[in-house]
Design a protein around this ligand. Structure first.
Ligand code: ADP
Ligand code: MG
Length: 287
């Protein structure tokens, strides 16, 4: 038989937009004192739109930069890829596509090696580009990716995502309850800083590679915190597993949802508050 408290909490959870997959984790949730949120797709909608195209060479047209990029991205599931594909009118045939996890994507177009990559990738590989031309865009907190032809940076594409309106309210209320709110992202520092300011977060980790997300959670746990992680992406699964309570956005990838202890069925960050209040109401707050 299912203990009454469990059946009741599952029913109340369902009424509050929560799918409780792991009861022990739900019980632990009353003691959460730090929450780590993924940025893209969790605190933001994860719907990127192209806002600017910056050519680095007079010999290349904006539409060509976009076309090469969109050709590569047609093979990628990343939210950045979706934004670039939507903006392009045409694409080329791509051979030998591969993802560069947490950094970009690459392939061969018309015999040419084409890459769409993060600023971090260029830094690591020592590939130069006119930094001056990106000053304004970086100041605006936009996400920037670079287009490489034959290993040379020929231009950049700036994209904008939107913060979920509920994120700010959720973080505000959680912080009032004394819970530390932290953001984790593979995106660059300027973007993280802008989002952190908009939402009012305590702290953020930027430029985190997919393989490093779980160790960041461990870092927060090692400070003595009971940590919940809220995420949506494939990359977030190890961090969701590492956290004391793994929470997935319902609209997220299957891997995230299957790894999570609790699912936010309505994909609303405000429902994180319901996890805390229901866990406390069901099990009592431990002191
Ligand atoms: P997040 O943690 O925000 O979900 P990811 O770890 O998926 O970010 O990606 C980190 C960064 O790697 C992105 O901000 C982008 O610069 C780059 N990147 C990853 N995948 C792609 C792609 N398909 N096209 C272009 N850039 C990408
Ligand atoms: Mg994400």
């Amino acid at each position: 038989a299912i203990p009454l408290v469990v059946a009741v909490s599952a029913a109340i959870g369902a009424r509050n937009g929560l799918l409780i997959r792991n009861r022990t984790a739900f019980e632990r949730a009353r003691n959460i004192d730090a929450i780590v949120f993924d940025k893209t797709g969790t605190l933001t909608k994860g719907e990127f739109g192209v806002s600017d195209i910056i050519p680095f060479d007079k010999g290349i047209k904006n539409e060509d930069i976009l076309r090469y990029a969109a050709s590569i991205e047609s093979n990628s599931e990343h939210p950045i890829a979706k934004g670039i594909i939507e903006a392009a009118e045409q694409t080329y045939q791509v051979e030998k596509f591969s993802a560069i996890p947490g950094k970009g994507a690459q392939g061969t177009v018309n015999g040419k090696d084409v890459k769409v990559v993060s600023p971090g990738y260029l830094e690591e590989e020592g590939i130069s580009y006119p930094k001056e031309e990106l000053k304004e865009i970086n100041g605006q907190g936009k996400t920037v990716v670079f287009v490489l032809l034959g290993g040379k940076a020929v231009g950049a594409i700036a994209l904008e995502d939107v913060v979920r309106p509920e994120s700010k309210e959720a973080v505000g209320k959680l912080r009032e309850m004394g819970i530390k709110c932290i953001m984790l992202t593979g995106d660059q520092k300027q973007v993280a800083e802008r989002v952190a300011e908009q939402i009012g977060l305590d702290e953020y980790f930027a430029g985190v590679l997919p393989g490093e997300k779980a160790s960041r959670i461990k870092e927060v746990q090692d400070r003595g915190s009971v940590v919940a992680m809220v995420g949506d992406g494939i990359n977030d699964a190890p961090a969701l597993a590492q956290a004391d309570i793994g929470v997935a956005i319902g609209a997220g990838t299957d891997v995230a949802v299957e790894t999570a202890d609790i699912v936010l069925v309505k994909s609303n960050p405000l429902d994180v508050l319901a996890i805390l209040s229901l866990s406390r109401a069901t099990y009592g707050k431990m002191v």
